[in-house]
Design a protein around this ligand. Sequence first.
Ligand code: ACO
Length: 334
Amino acid sequence: MYNSRIIGLGKYLPDNVVTNDDLSKLMDTNDEWIQERTGIKERRWIKKGSEDTSAVMGAKAARIAIERAGLTKDDIDFIVFATLSPDYYFPGCGVQIQEMLDMKTVGALDVRNQCSGFVYALSVADQFIKTGMYKNVLVIGSEYHSNGLDVTTRGRGVSVIFGDGAGACVLSREEDNTKGILSTHLHSEGKYADKLIVASPSIGNWVPEIIASKGEDISYFPYMDGTFVFKNAVVRFSEVITEGLTKNNLAKEDIDLFIPHQANLRISQFVQRRFGLNDNQVFNNIMKYGNTTAASIIIALTEAWEQGRVKEGDTVVLAAFGSGFTWGSAIIRW
Ligand code: ACO
């Protein structure tokens, strides 16, 4: 059996920086509250009128990842695209990437697992490579949140958290089984689906009904029971990291770099303390980009790699938790 290894990484963030002070002009919030509760100082929000969408940003990140892998678009055998903010209800963004990158008629799959989306997408790509079906799989995480947020005081508990952006990697066949993705671990608990949800439009509550409600129905904005999500996140993060370490006979001291999904700096710090990791063992960039959901881990991994924080032979741990609930981890030997 083959293994799979990340051989190229890319990211794309829209230029438009939105600070906490900018948000306080739109709603009753302030820099102190946002930084204290979430760690976020600023995020990127696509400027109205820009060409950027989830698919467009994903394509921009993907071109960089393919080039850094030393490959061309024609070397890619399959696309996995993770997002909760697709350009269309259907078709998914994966097929848009096939077209935007002028690729061969390779298969394209969309993953709908929100904040865990990138870990799920990586796991799917990993299985295709390990079975020998594909050699090079393009894995993308991208989110265009800003156009779907309630940027009034009513939505402040959710809207200050999210940012736009994309990341991508090329996962490739590796003959050496001691290198690459050692294991992935995926979980879900659908009974809490309504704790973090965008409920509409859905087939049960379609656009005409929403329009007919004349503004009463706001189920098209994200709803989050923040405290409940937070409490579950810290437990599930810890469990799924332990599961990955145990599977590979690793101790927490073996972790060279832990890259948590950038949901909230306080969640990352809680998990860091729980595992007794020092600051050099953890990478966070939520301060600059906010929570970019399915894009957050791959943006952070790319930025860590660009800064020389990920080196050959390092043990890298990725972990995520989010809407669904879904959660997962990946243990990588770089
Ligand atoms: N500015 C100022 N005040 C605010 C804001 C804001 N932006 N938002 C809420 N408040 C107020 C609330 O109204 C409340 O006021 P009250 O006490 O008078 O009622 C007070 O601040 C406290 O609100 P809480 O919601 O209890 O604040 P909390 O400390 O829980 O922080 C937060 C909220 C940051 C959302 C936190 O709960 C959190 O990070 N939760 C987890 C998020 C997460 O991990 N999501 C998963 C990934 S996302 C995904 O999968 C799509």
